[in-house]
Design a protein around this ligand. Structure first.
Ligand code: B1M
Length: 216
């Protein structure tokens, strides 16, 4: 198989929802001497773009996104050590610190947003779930993050998003980092009420929003 065909199979297997095939074609691509960055740019990202487009047009649904994200993740686990070995880094549109807010352990949507951001080249620091305001802000300061992304799935925890913004202001850091919010009970109106920089309804929207805010 030519290199072009292997890369096409990586793309097709992502779009077709076959994560194990995506992973094995990625291994094959590495064995054939294709550079990790080329595998990402010409195999994985085109696949994720197609999946994102199909999601937006309503042809694909959440399970398609989750399966494609799994394929992307499995492949990146093979590629990241190879990038490290070559001292290569991907050109990133920006750095994002993401977490589900304090008191909230819902993980799936937040992880999907993190994966989609990673798939689109962002450097993502995923702090997990039930993350305190201080941890989020400290990590953003340490990593010189461009964006803090806050997920909340409960009406009782969405108020934590406001607290993060208030604490950023208290610490004099509010103008150094954008804050985006999302999660089932969160809305555009809520985002405006608490002074966030933007709201996205889903993972694909979060990527578009992050790119927009950073003028990528
Ligand atoms: Co819970 N839960 N849960 N739960 N849970 C909900 C959210 C609930 C709506 C169910 C219900 O009553 N119908 C309800 C909330 C009610 C409310 O406050 N309005 C609820 C409740 C009440 C609870 C508990 C309090 C139940 C209890 O113990 N009595 C408890 C709370 C625990 C806690 O957090 N402290 C609880 C616990 C759990 C489980 C642990 C059992 C489990 C989570 C497992 C896990 O994540 N590892 C769970 C689950 C699975 C759900 C439902 C069924 C599914 C959530 C999910 O994963 N959806 C949920 C009902 C529902 O939503 N239908 C429910 C799939 C996921 C891909 O979607 O997370 O919405 P979602 O993410 C989307 C978008 O919202 C958006 O993009 C994602 C992908 O497109 N998005 C962002 C998310 N974050 C974003 C950030 C962004 C941008 C977009 O930018 C920063």
């Amino acid at each position: 198989m030519s290199n072009k065909e292997i890369l096409q199979r990586i793309t097709d297997s992502l779009v077709g929802g076959k994560p194990d095939e995506t992973e094995s074609y990625t291994a094959q691509a590495l064995d054939s001497g294709i550079e990790p960055l080329e595998i990402i740019d010409d195999g994985l990202i085109p696949g994720m773009d197609i999946v994102g487009d199909k999601f937006q047009t309503g042809e694909y649904f959440l399970p398609h996104l989750i399966i494609a994200a799994a394929g992307m993740k499995q492949s990146m686990e093979l590629l990241e050590p190879e990038l490290g070995r070559r001292h290569q880094t991907r050109k990133t549109p920006g750095t994002v610190v993401i977490g589900t807010v304090k008191g909230d352990i819902h993980e799936i949507g937040k992880s999907l947003v993190a994966t989609m951001l990673t798939a689109n080249g962002f450097e993502v620091h995923d702090l997990g779930v039930d993350v305190s305001t201080d941890s989020l802000i400290d990590k953003a300061a340490d990593s010189n993050a461009d964006i803090i992304a806050l997920s909340a799935l409960l009406t009782t925890t969405m108020t934590e998003q406001r607290k993060v913004i208030e604490e950023l202001t208290n610490r004099g850091l509010r103008d150094q980092v954008k804050v985006i919010v999302g999660g089932a009970p969160v809305s555009h109106d809520w985002s405006e009420t608490i002074g966030a920089d933007g709201y996205a309804e889903d993972a694909i929207g979060a990527v578009a929003l992050a790119k927009n805010l950073l003028l990528v």
